[in-house]
Ligand binder design. Structure first.
Ligand SMILES: [Zn+2]
Length: 117
């Protein structure tokens, strides 16, 4: 009888250890599930307009543009920057560059105009 009780206590300890493992895993899984839900929700709102992505907001407005490379490889929405406002867009995450339909290589740049010979 004493041996059986010892076995039961051992089993109970094992079970408690297993439960402790799940207590550790469950919050991580919940976080992962929320992240995936968020990604799925975003996928329904992502618009492809060559050469980059836009995000369609609930009110119908478009937000962006966002980097094609970052979204396709990591599902990250990285906002593109266009310092020259000349149709050339750059990603600060992966350094990809994009030229849209308004791109002009001959746009005004203050640095070039200040050069003297
Ligand atoms: Zn990028």
């Amino acid at each position: 009888m004493k041996l059986k009780l010892a076995d039961l206590i051992d089993n109970l300890v094992d079970a408690k250890v297993e439960i402790a493992k799940f207590k550790d895993i469950l919050p991580k899984r919940a976080t992962e599930i929320n992240l995936l839900k968020d990604q799925l929700e975003k996928q329904g709102h992502i618009l492809w307009e060559t050469p980059y992505y836009f995000f369609a907001k609930e009110n119908g407005e478009k937000d962006g543009p966002y980097c094609q490379r970052c979204y396709d490889s990591n599902k990250k929405l990285i906002r593109l920057q266009s310092p020259g406002k000349n149709g050339y867009w750059q990603c600060n995450e992966c350094t990809s560059g994009y030229k849209d339909s308004t791109y002009s290589a001959f746009s005004y740049t203050p640095i070039a105009s200040s050069r003297r010979f």
